[in-house]
Design a protein around this ligand. Structure first.
Ligand SMILES: Cc1cc2nc3c(=O)[nH]c(=O)nc-3n(C[C@H](O)[C@H](O)[C@H](O)COP(=O)(O)OP(=O)(O)OC[C@H]3O[C@@H](n4cnc5c(N)ncnc54)[C@H](O)[C@@H]3O)c2cc1C
Ligand code: SF4
Ligand code: SF4
Length: 439
């Protein structure tokens, strides 16, 4: 399907050719450029080399001796953060789009590439070029789905822009960084968000239809750190649903595309600044990864309030339970019934005793790493040695998930298969799916 021409003057989307057919692909946009063969070199899903790319971007790869780098990749500092004045329509407080706006205002970027909402569907991402700082406000909020962000780089270059800023998710940022030095720009600034459990816009609508009788009125949805989904509606009302009450068992088994179950960079390690929430205990969570990231943060000046991130609870039980359920589900959604009488109690307990702050973020990294291994082992075993970086194996090793013969690439430390035992005890939040969502 050819992407239609621009919907407004302030948010420009050029007409784009169709995506080339690819197997594991999130249509980052590269296959729609003049040289689609570059996918072979640059794609996160083919043969990623994170240590080399981390060195190229940050001057060093993640250091297993530095606290939390095995989980979150190289960083200078981590912060809990919030804009003092939260921006309307933002997913959290709007740090991401505000940084884009500041870059344009300061002339440090001459164009921003990011996602706006499709005019016909507020949940469908639409890649746009933004040059008017005020128009960054139109890009606030999370959209669900994939859209060809990187295809706009050629338009940016053809229009003479020299210093683009790109706001992207990890499977867009990896190919961008691989090709960065070939693209001919003076400088590219990268603001990344973490990403997990994305799905197609169509599938997301299926989910919304199960969640509420007013799916067309939902303007906002987020999986909160306190184990609730928050939805906001056009009339200003809000609903919070405990994870345990989500209609997960009614979703199709292929709700999450295989790409999003097996991607290996949850926290966007090649961004200059990662802006997420899962280590923020109800606020935003920043990973300042390099000197450019520090400059981006300083653009916000006093507008942003920052603090040390906290950490509490223990992740080991929930992660073990998640892995056992994922193994049992054999490719479907890791759903197991919990008696209805137990759900309110478990729902009450989880925000109090489950992992919180950085411990919650660590638990999500380990769960995602386990999903990658288990899903690829079932569907694409021969790709494992190329697709799974060592840092992913390191995250699952403490849970007994080990590479089988031929599954590990660079240092082929193969071992006898020994995954978690079926008798693994289940912690209250252990019945999880996707974003740590218990069923
Ligand atoms: C699919 C998805 C899953 C995510 N999962 C997690 C998670 O598990 N843990 C976590 O900590 N953070 C996650 N995030 C990031 C988080 O939701 C917030 O976007 C981030 O914290 C920034 O908040 P903000 O208020 O600063 O953003 P805003 O200022 O509101 O800006 C949002 C930015 O997100 C971009 N964006 C929106 N939708 C998409 C999309 N579909 N593809 C690419 N870019 C998009 C827009 O370009 C915009 O610049 C996810 C984001 C997405 C898109
Ligand atoms: S995700 Fe991007 S780089 Fe990978 S195959 Fe698809 S278009 Fe190519
Ligand atoms: S979950 Fe991974 S593969 Fe899917 S959109 Fe997000 S970064 Fe890309």
């Amino acid at each position: 399907m050819t992407i239609a021409p621009p919907s407004s003057d302030t948010l420009f989307t050029p007409p784009l050719p169709d995506a080339a057919p690819r197997d594991l692909c999130t249509d980052c946009g590269l296959s729609r450029t003049a040289d689609p063969k570059r996918c072979g070199r640059a794609c996160q899903f083919i043969r990623p080399d994170y240590p080399s790319m981390e060195r190229a971007v940050h001057g060093r790869s993640r250091d297993p001796k530095r606290p939390d780098e095995p989980f979150f990749g190289p960083f200078r500092r981590m912060l809990r953060a919030a804009l003092r004045e939260s921006r309307p329509g933002a997913q959290w407080t709007g740090i991401t789009t505000r940084v884009g706006q500041k870059l344009l205002r300061a002339g440090e970027a001459d164009v921003v590439l990011c996602m706006a909402a499709d005019p016909a569907d507020r949940w469908r991402p639409r890649p746009v070029l933004v040059t008017d700082p005020e128009a960054m406000a139109l890009c606030r909020g999370m959209k669900m789905g994939h859209a060809p962000l990187l295809a706009l780089l050629e338009t940016a270059r053809d229009r003479g822009y020299r210093r683009p800023a790109v706001i992207g998710i990890p499977c867009q940022v990896y190919p961008l960084r691989v090709l960065e030095s070939d693209l001919g720009f003076e400088r590219i600034t990268v603001i990344g968000t973490p990403c997990s459990d994305n799905t197609t816009t169509e599938m997301f609508h299926v989910f919304l239809n199960l969640l509420t009788e007013r799916p067309d009125d939902v303007t906002y949805l987020e999986f909160m750190h306190d184990y609730h989904v928050e939805m906001r509606f056009t009339d200003g009302s809000r609903t919070r649903i405990p994870f345990l009450r989500l209609p997960i068992s009614r979703l199709p088994a292929d709700f999450f595309p295989l790409t999003c179950r097996t991607c290996v960079d949850y926290t966007n390690v090649l961004a200059d600044l990662t802006v997420g929430y899962m280590g923020g205990e109800g606020e935003q969570w920043l990973l300042v990864r390099n000197a450019r990231g520090e400059e981006l943060l300083s653009l916000l000046g006093d507008e942003v309030r920052v603090a040390e991130p906290g950490s509490a609870g223990k992740r080991r039980g929930p992660v073990k339970g998640f892995i056992a359920n994922t193994e049992r589900a054999a490719g479907g959604l890791p759903v197991r019934g919990m008696p209805d009488w137990a759900r309110p109690l478990a729902g009450w307990l989880m925000p109090r005793i489950g992992p919180r702050g950085l411990e919650f973020a660590r638990s999500r990294l380990e769960m995602k790493a386990a999903e990658t291994v288990l899903h690829l082992r079932r569907t694409h075993p021969r790709r494992m040695k190329y697709m799974i970086p060592d840092h992913v194996w390191a995250l699952v090793e403490p849970y007994g998930v080990m590479p089988l013969d031929g599954e590990r690439g660079r240092d082929d430390r193969t071992r006898v298969a020994s995954t978690t035992s079926a008798a693994t005890p289940q912690a209250p939040m252990a019945r999880t799916i996707g974003n740590g969502v218990p069923s």
